[in-house]
Design a protein around this ligand. Structure first.
Ligand SMILES: Cc1cc2nc3c(=O)[nH]c(=O)nc-3n(C[C@H](O)[C@H](O)[C@H](O)COP(=O)(O)OP(=O)(O)OC[C@H]3O[C@@H](n4cnc5c(N)ncnc54)[C@H](O)[C@@H]3O)c2cc1C
Length: 390
């Protein structure tokens, strides 16, 4: 199998193993890695084959690329970007297909789930910026395909590639399979997420979590945590989890070596935020969210072409998308403090790393609260934003 640095944790090896010799075991960050029971292993090397295939995927160039906004404003307000995912998922479910996507479980863990009714789309809508636990999804997809069901699997590019590789090695036909991936900055640690949820929960139970509350603006990343009596909204530089995420301290190691940071893709559909839309097509931009919908296969386009009139959309060239997306050019750069972060977390715990790496100090809190207000009300913030976007 591939070396640990590049293992994405997709689990294709576990499902390909004919004797159940592989378990996925969490490391200190909660990231899953395969562990082999050598007593059971029969040296068939299917784990090596499936892993190699997953990590050297056949990539397709963009077939058609759109800037897209769902016309249903409720759908768009409940989507991270412009609601492209809802359009695709609804299309599949209305035709009797199955959709696999990422939801919260009852403990706010981020997990893949299977849905078969349009009313359930809301569970898998919206980005959850944590590596999802795939559970038995790959085996369930194989079973659905075997039973002649059409399946839409939505996940990161590495998960999509792992799934395709597993199905090919297993000999399951993939005609009924459609893959939908994301432009991806990298997936944060499930363990740090668990710690963060416990930290936010310390005073009251949590009723809802939204990583990207768009009430004010689609461009500002705002974490919204809803409690029984109030909702706490935390700006990107104020929310400890998002600070660690964007400082590239808590991503899976393989994200710093990601093989999918290209416009050629492993999936039928690729989704993202259309950053920079206001510069290219100002009339299309309204700060409520615009999706990138990159369709990478003719089969994918055939599936969606008659549904596109549920959206406002505009065909664009792929370079317009790429210019606003570093992760379509290169993997996220590893923060030089990553090793120190994990050492400190292991030795001194979550509160300590929040203080040290997310500036959770009295001065830090005051600085974030008042410095931002000062910049905002004097108009300096808008000016800086304009300069940054130029
Ligand atoms: C970890 C992560 C990093 C991302 N990085 C970028 C980026 O750098 N640039 C960019 O433009 N867009 C990025 N995105 C994608 C972006 O946040 C939106 O999900 C995307 O634009 C789709 O929005 P939408 O409005 O079409 O649909 P939404 O309804 O918001 O779509 C949600 C879709 O994302 C899937 N999803 C949600 N959470 C996860 C998860 N943890 N793992 C796998 N799949 C998940 C769901 O299954 C669903 O298909 C990232 C998403 C994730 C999860």
């Amino acid at each position: 199998m591939i070396d640990e640095k590049r293992c994405t944790g997709c689990g294709a090896c576990k499902f390909a193993c004919p004797v159940g010799a592989i378990e996925m075991v969490a490391d200190a960050g909660g990231f899953l890695y395969p562990t082999v029971d050598w007593g059971k292993c029969i040296s068939c090397h299917l784990c090596d084959i499936v892993c190699e295939k997953a990590n050297q995927p056949a990539l397709s160039p963009a077939y058609k690329v759109f800037a897209l906004k769902h016309k249903d404003e409720t759908v768009r307000s409940k989507s991270t970007s412009g609601g492209a995912f809802h359009l695709i998922a609804e299309t599949f479910l209305n035709k009797g297909g199955i959709v696999y996507g990422v939801a919260f479980d009852g403990d706010w863990r981020v997990v893949h789930v299977r849905i078969d009714r349009p009313e359930e789309i809301m569970r898998v809508q919206r980005s959850k910026y944590v590596q999802s636990d795939l559970g038995d999804t790959f085996a369930e997809v194989a079973e659905d395909l075997k039973n002649g069901r059409r399946v839409l699997f939505s996940g990161t590019a590495c998960q999509c590639s792992g799934l395709r590789s597993f199905l090919e090695v297993r000999g399951t036909g993939t005609d009924g399979l459609f893959l939908c991936d994301l432009i991806c900055h990298g997936v944060p640690s499930p363990k740090i997420w668990e710690e963060y949820v416990a930290f936010r929960k310390r005073k009251s139970d949590i009723k809802a979590i939204d990583f990207r509350n768009k009430d004010r603006s689609w461009r500002d990343f705002r974490m919204a945590i809803t409690y029984p009596k109030k909702t706490g909204i935390y700006r990107q530089n104020e929310d400890y989890f998002m600070v660690l995420f964007f400082h590239n301290l808590i991503l899976r190691e393989s994200c710093y070596h990601c093989a999918y940071t290209k416009t050629d893709r492993v999936s039928d559909f690729t989704l993202g935020d259309f950053w920079g839309i206001e510069d290219y097509y100002p009339a299309f931009s309204d700060d409520k969210g615009v999706s990138v919908l990159q369709i990478n296969s003719e089969k994918g386009y055939e599936e969606l072409k008659n549904e596109l009139d549920k959206t406002e959309h505009m065909e664009v060239t792929v370079d317009k998308v790429q210019s606003g997306q570093p992760n379509l050019v290169h993997p996220t750069k590893r923060n030089e403090k990553v090793d120190a972060f994990w050492r400190d977390y292991r030795d001194k715990g979550f509160k300590y790393v929040l203080k040290k790496y997310a500036d959770r100090t009295v001065l830090g809190v005051l600085k974030r609260k008042y410095l931002f207000k000062f910049l905002y009300y004097t108009g300096i913030f808008k000016l800086l934003l304009k300069l940054k976007n130029k």
